[in-house]
Design a protein around this ligand. Structure first.
Ligand code: NAD
Length: 368
């Protein structure tokens, strides 16, 4: 049976597959598997109780041949240099596929953001920015939200960066609208995942309003994907977050669930549903599965139990290379992350373009 490799090895294996099918020379392969610059920092942060904790922070700038480095920053206990290196490589492919004038990068801090207060997160984010500001820049490297980071995180980065370099909204995308953020940016990766999901549904001979959907993760990407599917008449039967999963085979009321989560609740606080095991969500009998939380959730261990005909990779690399082979052999369709969630970087490009022109677009224009 195929075995799972590390996320970095799996990502390099995907690049090798692409290199083979495109017939690229080895010198090009070397350029594509090696990051151009990487930074790893220790960040002492004063906690609310007066103690100092030292966090590890990372930025992997993979490639800037097509434009400034571009990529999110994640706050997650598993974030490390190998992780952000793999994710930075994916960004290079994603920006190229979407044909936006950026390269690829990714950053991270090894932290569980739920364990920190808002003021601790504020201090950590400012410290990260101070440690990295010399390699960031509106024409050098532009940051965005990712797992565990939000528009608020981007506002802190923009403010800290601006205190050294002057007011620079284009240094981050996915920031609050009031600070120069773009309408539609937060929803864009999930909306895009749903839109390519519709195409996959139609290609399979069905329609969205006949389809049942399960979504893992109800954050920026998962909630917007579920909402876009719901608005198109699809039946979203199950969703999850890190604390648990819920199911209603008649279809969940996604706008009502969004309301609960926006007020600080979890998906398990939603009444009109039954509790479901988090792992069981991935194995549900449904038409489309959208893993939109973290990487490596469909592996060599559970791939053969996945029943959804179509898997749309809302998260980055939720399906390992070994699982990918098992699913493709069993005739499942997989929409890969670099296409499925590229709406995020496309809308980031629009935000950056609006910022450097000091201009803002209507939502309808961004969405179109
Ligand atoms: P987020 O922090 O807003 O949301 C993550 C969600 O996943 C939360 O609901 C969290 O509770 C849930 N979750 C975490 N671990 C889980 C687990 N083990 N089981 C079930 N649920 C779990 O993050 P996000 O921005 O939505 O990012 C999600 C994924 O999408 C990541 O892989 C990220 O790299 C990718 N992505 C994000 C963007 C973006 O612009 N936000 C763009 C492209 C890709």
């Amino acid at each position: 049976m195929a075995k799972d490799s590390s996320m970095l090895d799996g990502t390099i294996a995907s690049i090798d597959g692409a290199v083979r099918s495109l017939g690229l020379e080895d010198d090009m392969r070397q350029v594509l598997v090696k990051p151009w610059r990487e930074i790893q920092v220790g960040m002492p942060v004063r906690m609310d109780d007066g103690n100092v904790r030292v966090f590890r922070g990372y930025r992997s700038q993979h490639n800037a041949a097509r434009g400034p480095y571009k990529g999110g920053i994640r706050y997650h206990p598993n974030a490390d240099l190998e992780h952000v290196r793999a994710l930075g490589m994916l960004m290079t492919w994603k920006t190229a596929l979407a044909d936006v004038p950026f390269g690829g990068a990714k950053g991270g801090v090894s932290v569980n953001p739920r364990e920190l207060s808002t003021s601790e997160l504020n201090r950590l984010t400012r410290r990260y920015t101070m440690s990295m500001h010399h390699v960031l820049g509106v024409n050098r490297d532009i940051v965005a939200p990712d797992l565990g980071t939000t528009a608020q995180t981007m506002a802190w980065i923009m403010d800290a960066y601006g205190s050294i370099h002057g007011h620079t909204p284009g240094i981050v995308t996915g920031k609050p609208i009031e600070l120069g953020g773009s309408l539609g940016r937060t929803e864009a990766p999930g909306r895009g995942a749903a839109i390519v999901g519709f195409r996959a549904i139609v290609d399979s001979g069905s329609t969205p309003d006949e389809s049942t959907i399960a979504v893992q993760g109800f954050g920026a990407v998962g909630a917007a994907a579920a909402r876009t599917m719901f608005d198109a008449g699809a039946k979203v039967i199950a969703v999850s977050d890190v604390d648990g999963a819920i199911i209603n085979t008649s279809g969940l009321d996604i706008p009502a669930l969004e309301q609960i989560v926006s007020e600080g609740g979890t998906v398990s606080d939603f009444n009109d549903s039954d509790a479901l095991d988090n792992a069981a969500l991935l194995e549900l009998d449904c038409d489309v599965l959208i893993p939109a939380a973290i990487e490596d959730v469909i592996t060599a261990q559970n791939a053969s139990k996945v029943r959804a005909r179509i898997i749309v990779e809302g998260a980055n690399r939720p399906v390992t290379s070994a699982a990918d082979e098992i699913l493709v052999d069993a005739n499942h369709s997989i929409v890969p992350d670099i296409l499925a969630n590229a709406g995020g970087v496309i809308a980031s490009y629009f935000e950056w373009a609006q910022n450097i022109q000091v201009f803002s677009w209507e939502l309808e224009r961004v969405n179109r």
